[in-house]
Design a protein around this ligand. Sequence first.
Ligand SMILES: Cc1cc2nc3c(=O)[nH]c(=O)nc-3n(C[C@H](O)[C@H](O)[C@H](O)COP(=O)(O)OP(=O)(O)OC[C@H]3O[C@@H](n4cnc5c(N)ncnc54)[C@H](O)[C@@H]3O)c2cc1C
Length: 389
Amino acid sequence: MKTLKHRLSGGMGVMHDVIVLRSKLSSERDRKRFNGLKKLLAIDKLPIGNGYCDHAFSPSKSVCGHPTLCAGRSQDTSDILVNMKDLLIIGGGPAGVAAGVYAARKFLQTTLIAEEIGGQSIVSEGIENWVGTPKLTGVELAKNLKAHLAAVAEGRVEMVSDRVVSLEKAGDAFVAKTKSGKEFSARAVLITSGASRRKLDVPGADKFENKGVTYCASCDGPLFAGQDVAVVGGGNAGFETALQLLAYCKSVILLHRHKEFKADPISIEKARAHPNMRILPNAEPVEVLGEQFVSGLKYKDKDSGEIKELAVSGIFVEAGVMPNTDFAKNLLTLDTVGRIIVNPKNQRTSVAGVWAAGDATDELYHQNNIAAGDGVKALEDIYLWLKMR
Ligand SMILES: Cc1cc2nc3c(=O)[nH]c(=O)nc-3n(C[C@H](O)[C@H](O)[C@H](O)COP(=O)(O)OP(=O)(O)OC[C@H]3O[C@@H](n4cnc5c(N)ncnc54)[C@H](O)[C@@H]3O)c2cc1C
């Protein structure tokens, strides 16, 4: 039992004297019984064996006090208890890994679940703004993040390769279920599941991805210096990308599928004023053309109904991002596009005990350094919150 006690205590000295069903706390007898226990974890259901125990028990004994129903099932119970961590981090991009490193150094018993360590920029050929490293590839960044986490984890941060499909509150704790059918519970959760770029959904777009079709102007733009390129998307990201590309591309054509642009008027005016810029409203991409690399883009002129062709060697898609937050939509408040709304001072979400950081949140700017910083900010707050409980 010493081992269980030790594992339950974590590095912070957090130790639950008793884990009890919340419903039991309402009775006068139980309130008296638990009076004086500072670290009482109230949960809704206590899984035991194949069913649920509704009795209080002490982790120092690891058995339910009930004489008949739960006696002899202590092993199942202790498994559940051992799996209850201080913190669950969902996601292994810069935000999740930064938080994981801090969690390990603060001795928080943590599970980090991620489909893949590294994050969105893993596909990038050159990242030139990761502070402290003048240039590295996305794969190198991912390798460094993984190595840093492994170096400090020391049995405190368990890395699980899986996809979270649901997150629920269970009493004072949270339970995440994964694609492979496993369950992970913790007293606090940090969501860093990032976002996925909305892909260009036309024939040829997949085939020519990274062969002229790209989703990151700051990474790939310079590769198209002196060439004719297209930008797909009429929001702020589309116009900002176009303005960025105008600095070194021969010409930039921006296509937007609607008549009205969503971007700020100032960005639209700036782009319009540039002699090498062409703007095509009501233009719907229909096919990416090329042999080995992109050589053109077919689009439908929605005003005339005609299919037209542009000779371009690069297509920059800025059709927005989709946050990976589906698993949290029933628990947390999201904005209209599904991003988790956070308090930018501490990364807290609408639910006490759940934090979020990086591209999964309503943070305005999407960058590796920002995601990592937000992850660290969240972790500092989580640590204090856990300690105060
Ligand atoms: C092609 C490209 C190039 C870029 N280049 C740069 C650059 O040069 N410089 C820069 O600063 N920024 C760049 N960015 C932006 C930068 O990558 C993001 O801002 C940053 O990765 C956000 O980090 P994050 O940790 O919030 O999320 P992400 O990096 O999106 O990481 C999300 C993590 O969560 C995991 N995940 C997702 N859903 C689940 C789930 N349900 N369960 C478990 N795990 C899940 C993923 O596997 C991943 O580990 C680039 C982006 C792209 C797409």
